[in-house]
Design a protein around this ligand. Structure first.
Ligand code: DP6
Length: 349
């Protein structure tokens, strides 16, 4: 027999960034962060997990290609869910698995991203969140979403925020073991549904410095990070929570843009400096800044993760349509292939 479960999880985009760990093994951050989860039909991961007495080892395939499960992060997630497994009884199939059986049974995992992995868009967030959620369903681990988020955190920090839709806060927590470092939902997906997220793919190349290595170097060398984590982010988190609660786009945009810029300033303050944005990213920032100033009140917010691609949040659908027009006019894709994969060119503006 084979028993399987399929789950789908969208990725999330941080508007107050997580950058820096106080514990690398447990993946505990130096500050709280806030994100917005995308709609599942756009950037998401679909994962099927299956179990059978015929499987002789745990195995995983990503986009159809087998990948190694030896990494500590996969193992932590698997171990944590296995230790919470309970009895499963599938009457239709006549399958009974006891808590004890789960220790001996192996799983097969098949995971697909519905967006090009090469585009350098956060895939680990959706990936680990989906893996943990699907395993928990398969093994009947009756944990709530926040408890599962703490397990997904062990796979990739930002993954803990993808267990919920809408606006999500990852509370850094105080406990050394990380039991209180988990995600909570601030507002559900219906709360502020006028917002439209446009992702401008500036480069389809893989990033040079991974988030994990980048943030390790930052923690070791940047004084600015300490100031950010202790003095800046705690106040910004409170303001961002207020802005979200009140649908206050002006404050939301100002906080998101400033936080993205400070995250990249912290990267520059790292030794050796990390450059995630490129000229096109900088030109997109100028375009948005000029537009917002000319309009008298923010129309669009921008935020950049560990790469040059711009995540643009428009206040409503009309603004989003105008934004896409402006982007395609200012950055016409260089080739048909680029146009098909929505990669922008870099004509000056
Ligand atoms: C810039 O979650 O990818 O996207 O915990 O080492 O796996 P690890 O890092 P990861 O870092 C994400 C960093 C970021 C900001 C954010 O999502 O908050």
């Amino acid at each position: 027999w084979v028993l399987m479960v399929t789950a789908q999880t969208p990725t999330n985009i941080a508007v107050i960034k997580y950058w820096g760990k106080r514990d690398e093994t447990l993946i505990l951050p130096v500050n709280d962060s806030i994100s917005v989860t995308l709609d599942p039909e756009h950037l998401c991961t679909t994962t099927t997990v299956s179990v059978s007495p015929a499987f002789d080892q745990d195995r995983m395939w990503l986009n159809g290609k087998e990948i190694s499960l030896s990494g500590g992060r996969f193992q932590s997630c698997l171990r944590e869910i296995r230790s919470r497994a309970t009895d499963v009884h599938d009457k239709e199939k006549g399958i009974k698995i006891t808590k004890k059986d789960w220790e001996k049974l192996n799983v097969h995992i098949a995971s697909y991203n519905n967006f090009p992995t090469a585009a350098g868009l956060a895939s680990s967030a959706a990936g680990f969140a989906c893996l943990v959620f699907a395993l928990a369903k398969l093994m009947n681990a009756n944990e709530d979403h926040s408890q599962l988020s703490a397990i997904a955190r062990r796979g990739s920090g930002s993954a803990c925020r993808s267990l919920y839709g809408g606006f999500v806060k990852w509370i850094m927590g105080k406990d050394e073991k990380g039991t209180d470092s988990l995600a909570v939902q601030l507002a559900d997906e219906k709360h502020w549904d006028e917002l439209v997220i446009v992702i401008a793919v500036v480069s389809s190349q893989q990033k040079e410095t991974s988030s994990t290595t980048g943030m390790r170097d930052t923690v070791e060398t940047s004084l600015l990070l300490q100031h950010r984590a202790k003095e800046v982010v705690p106040k910004r988190i409170l303001k961002m929570e207020e802005a979200i609660k009140n649908h206050d786009f002006a404050s939301f945009a100002q906080l998101a843009c400033t936080d993205s810029n400070q995250f990249h300033a912290v990267c520059l303050d790292t030794c050796p400096p990390i450059f995630y944005m490129n000229d096109t990213s900088h030109r997109i920032i100028s375009l948005v800044e000029k537009w917002n100033r000319a309009a008298g009140t923010p129309q669009v917010a921008y935020t950049f993760d560990a790469g040059p691609n711009a995540v643009l949040i428009a206040r409503n659908r009309e603004t989003a349509a105008l934004l896409v027009q402006k982007l395609l006019f200012c950055f016409p894709p260089k080739s048909d292939a680029d146009l098909n994969s929505f990669v922008l060119g870099d004509k000056s503006i």
